[in-house]
Ligand binder design. Structure first.
Ligand SMILES: NC(=O)c1ccc[n+]([C@@H]2O[C@H](COP(=O)([O-])OP(=O)(O)OC[C@H]3O[C@@H](n4cnc5c(N)ncnc54)[C@H](OP(=O)(O)O)[C@@H]3O)[C@@H](O)[C@H]2O)c1
Length: 238
């Protein structure tokens, strides 16, 4: 049975990814910050079935790398797919007032975490030449809207990273896609109070994406309920 490595597994987007993986009949290798985060994940899901937990510091360049090392050593399950949804740092400080330390903090949490995950896992996926692997990166429309400076800057970097990754993996066994989210997603218990889209509803996007081999090197755009099953996508690069 296939396994999906989920980075940021305990967040609004990560929980949706885990739900999608389990529904698709695959297993999850979930990277979590600590035991408390793991418990939070199980609470959101209502199950531990099909999930292997591994603790790692995703903000360190050695964090996800150490997970891959453990997989290679046979201490953790092999994986064929990666979903990267690390980040979530949000703020409304105007562009010219962002302190250097805050800029670096945002880049570390929202961008470097996803970059380190990519750099650590993509060689492992590419080595599996005869296996159809996928890599999915979640980004947000804040990078285009520009209303919140620091999150927007980090999303811009992720858009560019996705362009490069699409080009680099175009003729390989790795199907790379970006899921671009233009609507607020929150875990179900929170969404019920705020009116945001529920993670459990959003999860159908990844379930569809896993089953659609023709969606390759694309940006999948999600603005609302109409985009959850009838995926809207276009090639990222010519
Ligand atoms: N939710 C949305 O509506 C939305 C919309 C557009 C784009 N996105 C994209 O999705 C990404 C994730 O968003 P989200 O809403 O799912 O964020 P979130 O709920 O805050 O989750 C972020 C994930 O990253 C982990 N993380 C964050 N800082 C960490 C740290 N210092 N050390 C270890 N782990 C850390 C969190 O772990 P813990 O649970 O342990 O904190 C969690 O698993 C965003 O960066 C953005 O690119 C989300």
């Amino acid at each position: 049975m296939e396994t999906v490595l989920v980075i940021g597994a305990t967040g609004n987007i990560g929980v949706a990814a885990v739900q999608a993986v389990l529904r698709s009949g695959r297993k999850v290798l979930a990277v979590v910050r600590n035991e408390a985060s793991a418990q939070k994940l199980f609470q959101h899901l209502g199950t531990k079935e099909g999930i292997t937990i591994v603790e790692a510091d995703i903000l360190s360049d050695q964090g996800v790398k150490s997970v891959v090392d453990q997989v290679r050593a046979g201490k953790l399950p092999a994986f064929q797919h990666v979903y990267s949804a690390a980040g979530g740092a949000y703020g409304a400080t105007p562009l010219q007032e962002i302190e250097t330390s805050d800029l670096r903090k945002f880049m570390t949490i929202n961008f470097e975490s996803n970059f380190f995950a990519y750099r650590a896992t993509i060689p492992y996926l590419l080595e599996q030449k005869d296996v159809k692997c996928t890599y999915t990166l979640c980004t947000g429309s804040q990078g285009d809207i520009g209303a919140r400076a620091a999150p927007a800057l980090t999303q811009g970097a992720l858009f560019s990273m996705a362009n490069v990754a699409c080009r680099d993996n175009a003729d390989t066994n790795v199907r790379f896609n970006e899921v671009y989210v233009g609507v607020r997603i929150e875990v179900d218990v929170v969404a019920e109070k705020t009116g945001a889209m529920k993670s459990s509803d959003f999860s159908s996007v990844y379930e569809e994406l896993l089953s659609r081999p023709e969606i390759d090197c694309c940006r999948v755009t999600v603005y609302g309920k109409d985009d959850l099953k009838d995926l809207k996508y276009r090639k990222k690069i010519a």
